[in-house]
Design a protein around this ligand. Structure first.
Ligand code: ATP
Ligand code: MG
Length: 397
């Protein structure tokens, strides 16, 4: 945690080198923000041609736990962050012996494990006033047999390495849970009660090494097939009181975690109006991409400020925004495997369309290839642009 960081490490001011563990689109957009401020970016990522390495000033092509690679990163960079939550926490701990690392290994290791994460949310509940879904650890057939009745129907999720709805199976009853567990190849799982969702929101926050924290507006998220489909900000459905409760809960959690950097917390709003905390991401988040085009300080610029130990930026949203994820499916003609390029020239006739593509050469169905943020003077106008774009791209709304 931040107290364990060496006290004498200087603040990182441009043109210092900043290090990033992971080479995906989050690292790419972080590099853009850092370079805009005059920093140099070094990425450690085993994949040769990855979105972040394409734009970084230097790329260490090595495994996340490669001792030589980590040494090289620490020698060059004054501060290091991670864009990928499944980097070994030990690597972050190792880097933290000589460099400022934000977020810290301990926070990342909690977010890597759904059981630790839920236990942490429960410990926070006294200050956050929000708890996680009812759940139980499932590692064996006996655990399925002993799971309380109220967890059915439920969702069986692997404790580690799940993302975009991968590693999750909906289970109607105990027999289905047993079948599902048998397909998880021995992975430890958590069984969560299936909740009656009204809608989903996320709250992005950032905290500096000085303990000051800022929070962004409530983002409302729609998922399709377990993958984020759209984010709308301001949230059309959230009430002022739930919004205040979710922001206060996020701040309580970020402080209790003694966290430094950008953190995103996903919440469920249930049909009875109550709030449940789902999970947290110890990094910038897909639902925060709209901040690049619609806020004073993007989530990536905010991460740079936090890791460099500079003052955090204002989180004010200056334009209503709707973000649409662009999945690899769009690179195939409808109902066939014939490759095509989406009609960007038509998308770019929309007045507030901000197109972001991540430089991935290999389009696959379900793979995040980019996003478009539609900004407009009113949310209705941004939503109308979304509708028009979906018409052009052949996405059913
Ligand atoms: P990501 O990392 O992309 O956010 P993930 O794979 O880690 O997703 P979750 O956020 O746990 O998975 O779940 C994905 C989606 O599944 C949620 O956004 C929600 O729509 C649905 N879901 C998950 N848990 C529950 C639950 N207990 N009750 C009802 N719906 C749920
Ligand atoms: Mg999620």
């Amino acid at each position: 945690m931040s107290e364990q960081q060496p006290a004498l490490i200087p603040r990182a001011t441009p043109p210092a080198w900043l290090g990033v563990m992971g080479g995906g689109q989050l690292g790419r957009m972080l590099a853009h923000a850092a370079q805009a401020m005059g920093y140099q970016i070094m990425v450690l990522e085993p994949a040769a041609d990855c979105p972040a390495a394409q734009v970084a000033d230097a790329h260490i092509c090595a495994a996340y736990d490669d001792a030589q690679g980590l040494t090289q990163l620490a020698e060059k960079c004054l501060a290091v962050t991670t864009e990928f939550e499944n980097v070994p926490a030990q690597s972050l701990a190792l880097l933290a012996q000589t460099r400022f690392v934000a977020p810290a290994a301990q926070a990342v290791s909690i977010a890597q494990d759904r059981m630790l994460e839920k236990a942490f949310f429960l410990r926070c509940a006294a200050s956050s006033q929000v708890g996680p879904a009812a759940h139980a650890l499932i590692e064996s057939a006996a655990d399925v047999a002993n799971a309380p009745d109220h967890l059915f129907p439920g969702i069986l999720k692997t404790i580690r390495l799940g993302y975009d709805g991968k590693g999750q199976i909906r289970v109607a009853d105990r027999a289905a849970a047993l079948r599902a567990l048998n397909t998880m190849q021995g992975a430890s799982c958590v069984l969560e009660q299936m909740l009656p969702l009204a809608f989903e929101i996320s709250v992005l926050a950032a905290r500096g090494a000085d303990g000051q924290a800022v929070v962004y507006p409530i983002a409302e998220n729609v998922h399709r097939d377990g993958i984020l489909f759209t984010t709308t900000v301001p949230s059309p459905n959230v009430s002022a009181s739930i919004a205040a409760q979710a922001q206060a809960a996020t701040l309580a959690i970020i402080h209790q975690l003694d966290y430094v950097g950008v953190l995103c917390i996903e919440f469920f709003i249930l049909q009875d109006g109550s709030l449940v905390v789902n999970e947290m991401a110890p990094r910038p988040h897909n639902s925060g991409h709209y901040t690049i085009d619609a806020c004073s300080t993007s989530q990536f610029a905010q991460q740079v400020r936090a890791m460099a130990r500079l003052p955090l930026g204002e989180t004010r949203q200056h334009s209503p925004a709707v973000m649409l994820n662009l999945l690899g499916d769009l690179w195939f003609a409808e109902g066939s495997d014939a490759p095509r390029e989406p009609a960007w020239e038509q998308i770019l006739t929309l007045p507030g369309a901000c197109l972001h593509l991540y430089g991935k050469h290999d389009a696959r169905r379900g793979r995040k290839m980019g996003h478009i943020t539609f900004i407009a003077p009113t949310l209705a106008a941004a939503q109308q642009q979304l509708q028009q774009a979906c018409g052009v791209l052949g996405i059913a709304l």
